[in-house]
Design a protein around this ligand. Sequence first.
Ligand code: FA5
Length: 334
Amino acid sequence: MDLIEQLEREATSEVQAADSTATLRELEIKFLGKSGLYTGLLRQIGQLPAEEKPKFGAKVNEAKARLQAMIEERSADLKSGERSAQFEAERIDVTMPGRPLRVGYEHVLQLTTNKIKRVLGGMGFVYKESPELEEFRYNFDALNYPPDHPAMDEQDTFYVDDQYVLRTQCTDLQGRTFETSRPPLRVFTVGRTYRNEAVDRTHSHTFHQVDCFMVDEGISMAHLKGTLGAFARAMFGDDVKIRFRPDFFPFVEPGVDYAISTPKLFNGRWVELGGAGLIHPNILENYGIDTERYSGFAFGLGVERIPMMAYGVDDLRQFLENDLRFLEQFRAMA
Ligand code: FA5
């Protein structure tokens, strides 16, 4: 068997055995490449007698052409096999049900806040914010607390240093507003508040308050009652009743606490919502607002009280505990 035949056999069996287009490409280089085995064979032509050279050359070239054709044919087969393997591997079952997306929804306190903003905003009050890490003077001094007044003890808080406290009430917004704005004013906020409190079912160290006030000519307790009544009806329904009782806050005169009652909830029992009153003239005067001309009302309330009343939640600690079994009950409200 001559060298050409021997090489052709070797090449044929390797090409037949190749199981991927990549191996085939390697074989093509090995046999037919510039420095491949056929080129090596052709180099031997020099050692042949002159009359055999053309025949030898022609035979090598024919063998190369056969091999080239065989490689191409085999490559076409392997390629289609590889394509269908890839197709199988990447096949998508379009009839499979999709993966459910977990869609979030707002926390019940956020939903309540949204509603409060819609209601008070709709009554012409402008939403403003004040910082949770508040200066002591806005939380207390600006609100007519005399130094060392016992009313401050009711709102014992977390002191960060001598100047800053975690605010105990959203009424801190008043001083900040009077510093920069003149009446007529209709302002409210909803925000987080903190107190160093013995925690129980109705008291938390961290809770939320609405604070709302209005200053204009001739504002009286009648405006306060009318506004709170409209607010309560929007939040709890038309059959809600509202009760005022005298109470003391240094920043109002007269001061009241107010409770609501509806036949739907707690058998119509009165439930305290917050405090209110006419803004103490000392405060307005401190900020250079003429109390002969202007007066104002203010009210504040705990946000947690609203869903507690509306849905019969008997322990406000649940709002902070992130237990989905509790929170998911309010999903329908979202
Ligand atoms: C105040 O904080 C006054 N700033 C309210 C006010 C504003 C009066 C404007 C007059 C004019 P009080 O300390 O009562 O008042 O708190 C108001 C409401 O916040 C309470 O009625 C209650 O609903 C809620 N609240 C108070 N402390 C807590 C607490 N530890 N946990 C949950 N809610 C609380």
